[in-house]
Design a protein around this ligand. Structure first.
Ligand SMILES: Cc1cc2nc3c(=O)[nH]c(=O)nc-3n(C[C@H](O)[C@H](O)[C@H](O)COP(=O)(O)OP(=O)(O)OC[C@H]3O[C@@H](n4cnc5c(N)ncnc54)[C@H](O)[C@@H]3O)c2cc1C
Length: 399
């Protein structure tokens, strides 16, 4: 954990972030990148043993959970942008540092709305990276459950004395396998409520871990069945029936932290592609001197800079205390699509080497394809932005 005074001699908040980010960058490139070839990194993410090893390294470097300072305060999102970008230079960096999804967003949410007892029981072990967590909202499309539209939620919670009994199925639950705590959303009448649940639990059945295009998140993404899951009332997170509101509290920061981490990964891919392009020759010259290749790398530089700037803009909005719902939607669409173009071009520039596992580029390309779906597919964000445009324009017309 970082001391609150680290970088305090620097003149601005971003200087403090820069000081931490420099240490994170050095740590990730020197100590984490070699683990990318570790055989314990399988199709459903690094094994639990590998996660422990990576976190031990970060702990020894005094860089574990760098977003939460020793006095309990949180880095600003402008600072987070620098630190998480450095962490993302390897897909394993955020896991090592304990700034990965879904734990980072879950810690943020429990920190914001959890009771003192909930924080002691569930937040503290997460901050100390002694356990992992999962967030249970989405449900299987095959049974008409919640996906893009959370109001379609079919998982229900019914009160039984001092307990609530949860039944339903959840889909794509990242890290459910191996998690020590889950935040489960269920319908309570017409609204929804969040419940904190100790895991593993005999009433929470992992039906299977899905085989997905990505593969960097520990535990993978699971299809889960909840069968008569009893949760004591004091484990409601926040207030009864406020689940959809809290999901928004978690979503905006969680969306942009994904952007920050994947920006770091795309920067690394671009460095690898540039290095290839200045060394490799074809038709009597370095391939970067062929306009077709040079232009792809120029477009990468433009996409990467635009991603950085829109992330910083959104971070400032959230730091100023605004919910940042529309801003984070705009940022998520812009960044996930820009980084997809960047990593696609990296592969193209590197020819056959680009599609092999000899470099991290093909893995990051697959990760970013999935990122265009989770935390809201691009179309859902565009649709919600368009709804706001319609409302604002009609208001202007009416006034
Ligand atoms: C890798 C991965 C990890 C995930 N991790 C988690 C997790 O940990 N916890 C969790 O709860 N969920 C998780 N999810 C689920 C994720 O949030 C959903 O996949 C996402 O919300 C989309 O829901 P869906 O898959 O049911 O797609 P659908 O709802 O079936 O949507 C399919 C497509 O319809 C289109 N569409 C939908 N609505 C509109 C609209 N209004 N306008 C225009 N087009 C529209 C979009 O193109 C969309 O991609 C994860 C998903 C993935 C892929």
């Amino acid at each position: 954990m970082i001391s609150p005074t680290e970088g305090a001699s620097c003149s601005t908040n971003t200087d403090r972030g820069r000081a931490i980010a420099a240490r994170v960058r050095e740590f990730v490139l020197r100590q984490v990148v070699p683990y990318e070839k570790d055989q314990r990194w399988g199709a459903h993410g690094p094994s639990e043993e590998m996660v422990v090893d990576l976190r031990d390294l970060a702990r020894a470097a005094a860089l574990l959970t760098p977003q939460i300072l020793a006095d309990g305060s949180h880095l600003t999102y402008r600072e987070m942008a620098l630190v998480l970008r450095a962490a993302g230079l390897s897909p394993l960096g955020p896991i090592a540092l304990n700034v990965a999804a879904p734990d980072e967003g879950n810690m943020y949410l429990i920190g914001k709305i959890g009771t003192v007892d909930q924080k002691r029981r569930f937040l503290q072990p997460l901050v100390e990276a002694r356990m992992r967590s999962a967030f249970f909202m989405a449900e299987p499309a095959s049974s008409g459950g919640a996906g893009s539209d959370p109001s379609m939620m079919r998982t229900v919670a019914k009160q039984d004395g001092e307990h609530w009994v949860l039944d339903g199925r959840k889909a794509f639950i990242t890290g459910a396998l191996g998690a020590g705590v889950g935040i489960i959303m269920a319908k309570t009448g017409v609204s929804a409520t969040m419940f904190l649940v100790d895991l593993p639990n005999p009433a929470v059945h992992i039906e299977r871990v899905l085989d997905t295009i990505d593969g960097s998140m520990p535990g993978g993404h699971a299809l889960v069945r909840l069968e008569g899951l009893r949760v004591p009332s004091h484990q409601i997170l926040g207030k009864l029936d406020e689940g959809f509101k809290y999901a928004q509290v978690r979503l905006a920061p969680a969306r942009i932290t994904h952007c920050m981490r994947w920006l770091g990964a795309a920067i690394r891919c671009n460095d690898i592609a540039c290095d290839y392009a200045v060394r490799r020759e074809a038709f009597g010259k370095k391939i970067i001197e062929h306009e077709g290749v040079g232009f792809m790398l120029a477009d990468n530089a433009i996409d990467l800079k635009q991603s950085e700037l829109i992330i910083d803009w959104c971070a400032e909005v959230i730091d100023a205390g605004a919910p940042g719902i529309t801003e984070s939607s705009m940022t998520k669409v812009a960044v996930s699509e820009a980084l997809f173009r960047v990593t696609d071009r990296c592969i193209q520039v590197m020819g056959g080497t680009g599609v092999t596992r000899d470099t991290i580029v093909e893995q990051v390309f697959r990760e970013i394809r999935a990122f265009r779906i989770y935390d809201g597919p691009s179309e859902v964000h565009r649709w919600s932005i368009a709804n706001n445009i319609k409302k604002e324009t009609l208001n202007k017309v009416a006034s």
